[in-house]
Design a protein around this ligand. Structure first.
Ligand code: NDP
Ligand code: 2IT
Length: 446
């Protein structure tokens, strides 16, 4: 990046967000790729779009006290960042994981601005979460935590203000407890959360949406480059919501998924992952991926997460967490003949990994485009709640498919327009940014 104005804004971001390296990483990536837009648009400079877009509209940090099964009071920290409402109400997930701190919430909220813009639905960027770890907690403990979390959060959200949803550690169970508490506090039903259960206003296909959407995007990217999923070997990290439904759709599209993981290690099954076994372990028993190897003869479990990227594959779909593929892992993927990486997780590739993909001509589907199917289907859930109607699985899935095709086309076109053909990361950042920047400019200095 050579533009002095952008370098100056980035310098301020670094000073203001010390101790939050992931946030600086995300802002740097966006700035580097939108430089030609800023060069061409002095009106954006005058309107202070960059200075404003890197600063959350507001951040809420709160105490979450709850009582564990031994009667002891525990305290976690809760977060919600309202990052940008230029394209309507705030929207984004809630992450429950011990690694959560303000920097992670900010990075996810910042990325959500561009992702939501790409969906073409009217949703601004937000994110929330807590350093609470649902793993190893009883249902009662999870419920008391969720109720306490919502007892503060409820005053900051609303169907026309901010609509949270799931993310790592927040699935149907947690959304159910949070929704129940919200309804009790407000004494009214509104579509204030997405990812709800089907009997109380949820959308069919929301559970599948991020994983399916990732495969729809990847399929478009492959087809545009004369390839397809058929007969390809795929490695998927993670074994949570996104990973499971990415595995399901990739398999339907003719690929063989040979590996999945959790935060302890990974399984390799040369015959192709038996997804019903993974679903039983992860969705029903809340167990560890290691148990797969005990149940499926011929499969192998290996401790540690990073090793999954040493497995030979054609297509890699990281679906676990941020910075899970570093430069070294990316080099190994390339050496083993991997030609496409599409991100189900948010920011799973380090800048060194991304440079390696681009330098070696890999097809690279960046998170904010490739995993936008989850939030897009959340948007469809909001539409159904507003209409007081429920669409069929097929209707929602068809809309999701259309949205993902459209997102790929937007990334592809923006990259071409700005002379970076095939660089879908640049295309995603530019296309996502332009809509938000125009909306911010039109609404004046707010
Ligand atoms: P889940 O909690 O359902 O699953 C997370 C998976 O990732 C688990 O297998 C978990 O292993 C693994 N994981 C989490 N943290 C780490 C870590 N630090 N190191 C290694 N593995 C880890 O979450 P989701 O599937 O919903 O989310 C996965 C990713 O997709 C996240 O990056 C999320 O932000 C992103 N995403 C999710 C969307 C959604 O709709 N849910 C939408 C768009 C993006 P373990 O069980 O051992 O912790
Ligand atoms: O990162 C994400 O896009 C999500 N966790 C989903 C957010 C949502 O509001 O559905």
């Amino acid at each position: 990046m050579k533009n002095q104005y952008m370098l100056d804004v980035l310098e301020t971001v670094k000073k203001r967000n010390q101790g939050e390296p992931e946030f600086i990483q995300a802002v740097t990536e966006v700035f580097e790729t939108i430089e030609p837009v800023i060069e061409a648009r002095p009106d954006f400079v005058k309107a202070g779009i960059l200075e404003r877009i890197v600063e959350p509209e507001r951040q809420i940090i709160f105490r979450v006290p709850w009582v564990d099964d031994n009667g002891k009071v525990q305290v976690n920290r809760g977060y919600r960042v309202h990052f940008n409402s230029a394209i309507v109400q705030y929207k984004g997930g809630i992450r429950l994981h011990p690694s959560v701190y303000s920097g992670i919430i900010k990075v996810l909220g910042f990325e959500q601005i561009f992702k939501n813009s790409l969906t073409t639905l009217p949703m601004g960027g937000a994110k929330g979460g807590s350093d609470f770890d649902p793993k190893g907690k009883s249902d009662g403990e999870v419920m008391r935590f969720c109720q306490s979390f919502m007892t503060e959060l409820y005053r900051h959200i609303g169907a026309d203000c901010d609509v949270p949803a799931g993310d790592i550690g927040t699935g149907a169970r947690e959304i159910g407890y949070m929704f129940g508490q919200y309804k009790r506090l407000q004494n009214e039903f509104t579509g204030v959360l997405t990812g709800k259960g089907i009997p109380y206003g949820g959308s069919l296909a929301r559970t599948q949406a991020t994983g399916y959407g990732l495969c729809y995007f990847t399929d478009e990217m492959l087809k545009a480059n004369g390839k397809s999923f058929a007969g390809q070997t795929v490695v998927i990290s993670g074994s949570g919501n996104v990973a499971i439904y990415a595995c399901e759709k990739a398999t339907t599209l003719g690929a063989k998924v040979v590996a999945m993981s959790d935060s302890n290690g990974y399984i390799y099954d040369a015959d192709g992952i038996k997804l019903d076994v993974v679903k039983q372990i992860k969705e029903v028993e809340r167990g560890r991926i290691k148990e797969y190897a005990d149940r499926v003869p011929g499969s192998v479990y290996t401790e540690g997460c990073k090793g999954i990227w040493t497995i030979k594959c054609d297509i890699a779909l990281p679906c676990a967490t941020q910075n899970e593929i570093d430069g070294e892992s990316a080099e190994i993927l390339v050496k083993n003949g991997c030609y496409a990486v599409a991100e189900g997780a948010n920011m799973p590739s380090t800048p060194e990994a991304i440079n390696t993909y681009l330098a070696n001509g890999l097809l690279y589907g960046p998170a904010k485009a490739a995993n936008a199917g989850g939030v897009a289907t959340s948007g469809l859930e909001m539409s159904q709640n507003s209409q007081r109607l429920s669409w069929t699985f097929e209707e929602v899935d068809a809309k999701l498919h259309g949205i993902m095709k459209n997102i790929f086309a937007s990334c592809d076109n923006a990259a071409k327009t700005y002379g970076m053909e095939g660089n879908y990361m640049a295309g995603a950042n530019i296309a996502g940014f332009l809509k938000v920047a125009e909306a911010m400019k039109a609404q004046g200095c707010v």
